[in-house]
Design a protein around this ligand. Structure first.
Ligand code: DGL
Length: 230
């Protein structure tokens, strides 16, 4: 099966990593020229995500996984109505898993504004630091201040699982919830031959070391700049 997966940058690779438990032909698009998505308008998110889906469709994918919390929270309905192909968002399985649980959420500004999660805290500084392969300890300390001991903390943006070690070093009491893991468990895809093709709108050293941190399988990497018209 050919599976299209996308995000604003490297964040969705944390979802892809979980999906790789089910070998298939994966086509991943990371729009790291336009990152961050978390501060874009709904209209911009519609345009950007449509362009990416059009690109993935040109690769003949059979289904699309939105590996981006911001797109899932704000334009999933729009995309589902626009395209005939099966499209899965990253948030719904996590919300189902959280039913009747108390939890806190770290997410982007647009995801927090959508009010899709309970107790959500905007963490606008994290995505740029992650994309640039920098430590986020100071910023995390501040955001974590508002989370009570022993809480469930949803990593409501797919970039944040990259900070798992840093978060748990600061707060070993927290139970971190990884949306990519929950989605992959739920999809429980059939396994076939594994092929990984990664497309990013900008390829540089930071990107390559981020990919190597997350994906430990062979992959093909290509720079593809999609033409956006606002
Ligand atoms: N990884 C994305 C998310 O899950 C996008 C973050 C961003 O680009 O601001 O929300």
């Amino acid at each position: 099966m050919k599976i299209g997966v996308f995000d604003s940058g490297v964040g969705g690779l944390t979802v892809l990593k979980e999906l790789l438990r089910y070998p298939n032909e994966y086509y991943y698009f990371g729009d790291n020229i336009n990152v961050p998505y978390g501060t874009k308008t709904k209209y911009e998110l519609q345009i950007l995500s449509s362009k990416i889906i059009d690109f993935l469709l040109s690769k003949n994918v059979d289904m699309i996984i939105i590996a981006c919390g911001t797109i899932s929270a704000n334009v999933y309905e729009y995309l589902k109505n626009k395209y005939d192909i099966p499209i899965y968002d990253i948030i719904s399985p996590t919300l189902e898993y959280l039913k009747n649980k108390t939890y806190y959420t770290f997410a982007t500004s647009m995801t927090c504004k959508s009010k899709i999660f309970n107790n959500s805290i905007e963490c606008p500084l994290l995505v740029p630091l992650i994309e640039n392969n920098q430590k986020a300890t100071k910023e995390l300390k501040e955001y974590l201040n508002s989370i009570p001991n022993n809480s469930n903390l949803v990593l409501g943006c797919t970039h944040y699982p990259i900070l798992t070690e840093e978060i748990l070093t600061l707060r070993p009491d927290l139970n971190l919830i990884n949306m990519g893991k929950i989605l992959s468990d739920k999809l429980n895809l059939e396994s076939h031959e594994l092929k990984i093709r990664l497309y990013f709108s900008k390829v540089d050293h930071n990107l390559i070391s981020n990919i190597e941190k997350i994906i430990d399988k062979d992959y093909q990497l290509e720079e593809v700049c999609l033409n956006y018209q606002k």
